[in-house]
Design a protein. Structure first.
Lengths: 379, 327
């Protein structure tokens, strides 16, 4: 008995280890997307709950803003706007000694002008002689920034970076690309299962063969067809209907296969009885098959929808990379190239692109898993 | 295109297919019965109505392209002049192609094996622990995320800053805290492939996990109980009972992930774009579809090489299908 419990603890620990490894990357992304972008750029997300030390360089105002007061020429100002509670701890006047002075100390420059700084960034720079330089001197500050979380990144990404529009575009690609194959494949699967006609077995074999044909085999010929079609009719070669049909084509075999496997499991007697009562195939399809197939439809819908939502290649090849057509994954890839250092945009953008899949995942996990398991029976 | 237009054409697109089936069947129901039933035509026309859209799509998007791609691989870059085996000879002598094939092979060796292995181990662990289903959910979650999204997630892990800066990438932060120099992980030839593969394993383990979890339920509980009473260790049970019992499932999952890995494109495209010797066939193909105005001959050769990889699986599936039909 004791041996069993030790092995049980060991397996719990091992599983915990796997879980932690698996969750950390996504968790880090999520936390980062909520962090203040200045903090995000200089500290790891795992420090987000602690106070971060930030070193910054500011320049004070120049001669125009000087005033005369108490026998001094003074320049007063603020290093930064009042913000998330950043507090300056120490500062310096040369890049070699950035921590030379504490708040409350009077720092004296070589030209004998003096500067006073408070922790909120208000400074008073004074001199016995008049200031003559247009540019003010630099101050090096070391401030402590408390943990700061914000939705600002989301606002920026959704409305300024075009992720919001890409989100809508992706929806406009994924929804029809899921519904159209579902509609036409359900009729196809029905006839492959319940109708007798010449060549049915061959057709089924073709479907099974098509299951594994990589979509790369289709890219070049389809692109050529689209280009020719566009030229012939004077329309754009790359368009939403084009992407829908491409996704329909690439998802057709698996959708048909899964549906047929499901339909085959329905009892034959039911169809026979309906037929005896004079129902046509279309009646049977509408009144019997569709109500019975709702769970199967749900699984297949989720699989195909996620596939289309997460796809990059098809959207890249069959859509123009312009704001009104670009899909989320392509947009993210574009941002990876152009804004590779702006982690607040990347992490937030990635998270926005994940919202729909994650919602489906958590809300409809049961159907998702059922579809995957059913689909894997043959592969 | 405005958003309103977009919503409109989405509706129109879906409606078109519903209308096609509804109207054609309605006509057949109303008029077909009287005139056609006598000659038993009604059924044949109905079959055509049911099959036509799917078959046309299948033909245009899968069947025709397969043959067209094979044809194009023997033609020049515009698909106009027959050049024989020129494109194939080019491929064999192209260092980029050889590098891609090598990378693809390593991917095929590593990713399906490790994903299947982790999936099996985790499924087995989670099966016996009360919080196992939560653990499964978490490990399965990456399956829902796009490859590009996963790329961003992991790029953040692999992020590199110079030795003087604070590391914001987790991996480098760990390395630095252990006293080593930070590394630009994705630019180290050969090793960077494994860092990219880690992403794919992270995703595909979830797939293996859920399928194994379903399959584990078919292992007879009595057999496991009996083994435990006889004093077999969990490790022994795992290797002597569970693995042999799930042999079929292991094979299925392994092939499934192999097919996915064979056409892997997004991760590499998003992370390194094939630089630092990380290119694979699908990336090279995408490249040649557009490089220098596009070369359909070379692109087709690359597609065919990917296709050759799945032919054994295709043949095996067809063989199994035949067997089932006979029963």
């Amino acid at each position: 008995m004791k041996k069993f419990s030790i092995s049980s603890i060991l397996s719990q620990l091992l599983l915990l280890f796997f879980v932690i490894i698996w969750i950390i990357p996504t968790f880090g992304l999520f936390i980062s997307s909520l962090r203040d972008k200045d903090l995000l750029a200089i500290s790891g997300w795992w420090t987000s709950l602690t106070t971060t030390e930030i070193n910054e360089i500011y320049r004070m105002s120049g001669m125009e803003s000087q005033i005369e007061e108490d026998g001094y020429f003074k320049i007063k100002g603020k290093l930064f706007e009042v913000n998330s509670g950043k507090k300056i701890g120490s500062f310096g006047i040369t890049s070699k000694k950035i921590n030379e002075f504490n708040i409350g100390d009077v720092a004296i420059f070589k030209d004998e002008s003096e500067v006073l700084l408070d922790e909120d960034g208000n400074y008073e720079w004074r001199s016995r002689t008049q200031f003559t330089k247009k540019k003010g001197k630099r101050l090096f500050t070391t401030s402590l920034s408390p943990p700061a979380f914000t939705f600002e990144n989301y606002r920026e990404v959704l409305f300024k970076e075009g992720i919001g529009r890409a989100f809508i575009n992706t929806m406009a690609v994924a929804l029809p690309s899921t519904l159209i194959p579902l509609i036409i494949c359900s009729f196809f699967a029905y006839s492959l299962t319940w109708m007798k006609f010449y060549g049915r077995d061959t057709l089924l074999a073709i479907i099974i063969a098509s299951l594994v044909v990589p979509l790369q085999m289709s890219l070049i010929p389809i692109l050529t067809i689209y280009n020719d079609f566009g030229q012939l009719f004077g329309v754009a070669a790359k368009s939403y209907p084009g992407v829908w049909m491409a996704h329909t084509g690439f998802g057709l075999a698996s959708t048909t296969f899964l549906l047929r496997n499901f339909l085959k499991s329905l009892p034959n007697e039911m169809m026979e009885a309906a037929k005896v009562d004079g129902a046509s195939h279309y009646d049977i399809f509408l009144r019997i098959i569709i109500p019975l197939s709702i769970p199967a439809f749900a699984s297949i819908f989720i699989l195909q929808f996620l596939w289309c939502w997460n796809d990059l290649l098809v959207g890249l090849v069959f859509l123009d990379q312009v704001p009104s057509e670009i899909i989320l994954t392509a947009k993210l890839k574009e941002l990876l190239g152009s804004r590779g250092e702006n982690w607040e945009i990347l992490t937030t953008g990635a998270f926005v692109s994940m919202t729909v899949p994650l919602f489906i995942f958590f809300a409809l996990q049961r159907y998702f898993i059922r579809g995957l398991v059913a689909g894997s029976v043959k592969g | 295109m405005t958003i309103l237009n977009l919503v409109f054409i989405v509706f129109l697109g879906v409606l078109f297919f519903i209308a096609y089936f509804h109207i054609s069947n309605y006509i057949l129901d109303v008029y077909g019965n009287k005139t056609l039933k006598r000659f038993n035509f009604e059924n044949s026309i109905r079959v055509i109505v049911f099959i036509a859209p799917a078959f046309i799509v299948l033909f245009i998007f899968i069947l025709y392209p397969v043959f067209e791609t094979i044809r194009l691989s023997f033609y020049d870059k515009f698909g106009r002049e027959f050049v024989g085996l020129y494109n194939y000879k080019w491929a064999i002598n192209d260092p980029e192609f050889r590098r891609s094939i090598l990378n693809n092979l390593v991917w095929l060796l590593v990713v399906p094996t490790l994903s299947t292995f982790f999936g099996l181990v985790i499924a087995n662990l989670a099966d016996r622990i009360w919080w196992g289903s939560i653990a499964k959910s978490i490990i399965f979650m990456p399956m829902a995320i796009s490859f590009v999204g996963a790329g961003v997630i992991w790029k953040f892990i692999y992020e590199y800053r110079g030795p003087d800066n604070t590391q914001i990438g987790l991996l480098n932060a760990i390395i630095v805290s252990l006293g080593y120099e930070p590394q630009a992980w994705l630019t180290i030839p050969m090793w960077n492939n494994f860092f990219l593969m880690a992403i794919m394993i992270w995703i595909q383990t979830g797939l293996a996990l859920v399928i194994f979890s379903a399959a584990l339920r078919s292992v007879p509980k009595e057999m496991l109980e009996a083994a435990r009473i006889d004093g077999a260790s969990e490790l022994k049970i795992f290797f002597s009972i569970i693995i042999p019992y799930l042999e079929q499932t292991i094979l299925v999952i392994w092939t499934l992930i192999t097919i996915i890995v064979l056409r892997i494109f997004d991760i590499i495209f998003a992370m390194t774009n094939g630089e630092w010797q990380t290119g694979v066939l699908a990336n090279l193909m995408y490249d040649w579809m557009f490089r220098g105005g596009g070369d359909s001959g070379r692109g087709s050769v690359l597609a065919i090489v990917i296709m050759i990889g799945v032919i054994p699986i295709l043949a095996w599936n067809l063989y199994k299908h035949r067997q089932e039909q006979k029963i």
